[in-house]
Design a binder for this molecule. Structure first.
Ligand SMILES: [Zn+2]
Ligand SMILES: [Zn+2]
Length: 341
């Protein structure tokens, strides 16, 4: 098999390796498409606790080639999307039903080899079957979409709400569509990149505003008819946007911090305001029990992800994919792991 390996931070090599053999309860997946995620960029830069050397990539879909003993849920030839997050099942959070907050969490593409390869061995139970007519690049979006589905579970949007989204990267644009499906009356997107603002409006945003070159708060006010948003979803992960989310939310409102801010970042929150205006601040971590719902949405055609894929690259270009993502110009970069033609 061929794989893009990070031997250590800041390095990526395409190597030949033996195709792994699936052990008991495992499946060997021939990977077709693997998305490049901000987490892959953080791993590559050495800013994320990963196991080195590692084959990164945790957003992938492909076809089952072989199964180990004891696997009854899958057969060779099944097309699957992989849920990369593996919980232990016996720690306290797991026992309380919070499997995504497992104290012994491991993840395919982080602590074990992932999808930037022609093949990957995974626990069979991490595989979700996908319909025959769903393209692999759509199925590969199941993982980030599932994270967004969990985010929507946490956001508590009610029909008729005014929702502000900060950031229109892939995640912001998926969340925007889910917010609309949830029944929001007004969706405002704040995004400095003009191309992404256009895309947000094409995907149904009421308006997309530039936080840099306009009087941003006036523009938000104009869009909401003078009120403050009921829900603000932060999908950037910076101190400035996290602060903005708290400052802009209205009475009885809810702030969802979805973007991954650096650990040391702090913002200022008035406890009085939280009390007097009943502001709720919540987070959203990974994709618990959301992968099959994400696949159902993708299969329904009610969620559009094709328009979000801006670059399709071969396996040899994983590090270029990461650079494109970091440049802020790409939306979704996907790696097509099999040779073309
Ligand atoms: Zn991801
Ligand atoms: Zn656990």
């Amino acid at each position: 098999m061929r794989a893009a390996v990070f031997p250590r931070p800041q390095e990526c090599e395409t190597v030949e390796r033996e195709v792994p053999v699936p052990a008991e309860h495992q499946a060997l997946v021939r990977v077709h498409v693997c998305g490049v995620c901000g987490t892959d960029a953080h791993i590559y830069r050495g800013e994320f606790p990963a196991r080195f050397p590692v084959i990164a990539g945790h957003e992938f879909a492909g076809v089952v080639e072989k199964v180990g003993t004891g696997v009854s849920s899958l057969r060779p030839g099944d097309r699957v999307a992989v849920d990369p997050n593996i919980h232990c099942g016996s720690c306290r959070p797991c026992r309380r039903g919070l499997t995504h907050l497992c104290r012994n969490l491991s993840a395919i593409g982080v602590t074990q080899d992932g999808g930037f390869a022609t093949h990957c061995v995974v626990p069979a139970r991490q595989c979700h079957r996908v319909p025959d007519d769903m393209p692999y690049e759509v199925a590969a979006m199941a993982e980030p979409v599932a994270c967004c589905v969990h985010g929507i579970d946490r956001a508590g949007i009610r029909s008729g709400d005014v929702v502000l989204l900060l950031g229109a990267g892939t995640i912001g644009l998926v969340l925007l569509q889910l917010v609309r499906l949830q029944g929001a009356a007004v969706t405002i997107v704040s995004e400095p990149n003009a191309g992404k603002r256009d895309l947000a409006e094409r995907l149904g945003a009421t308006t997309a505003v530039d936080p840099v070159s306009e009087d941003f708060e006036q523009a938000v006010k104009a869009a909401t008819g003078g009120t403050r948003p009921d829900v603000v979803i932060e999908c950037v992960g910076s101190a400035a946007t996290a602060q903005q989310a708290f400052d802009l939310v209205g009475e009885g409102g809810r702030v969802l911090l979805f973007g991954v801010a650096p650990e040391e970042v702090q913002i200022t929150i008035s406890p009085y305001r939280v009390y007097r205006e009943e502001i709720a601040i919540t987070g959203s971590f990974t994709n618990p029990f959301a992968q099959s719902r994400a696949l159902a949405l993708l299969a329904s055609g009610r969620l559009r992800v094709n328009d979000l894929i801006s670059h399709r690259l071969p396996l040899a270009d994983v590090s270029r994919g990461i650079e494109l993502l970091e440049s802020g110009t790409a939306t979704k970069v996907v790696i097509e792991t099999q040779e073309r033609g």
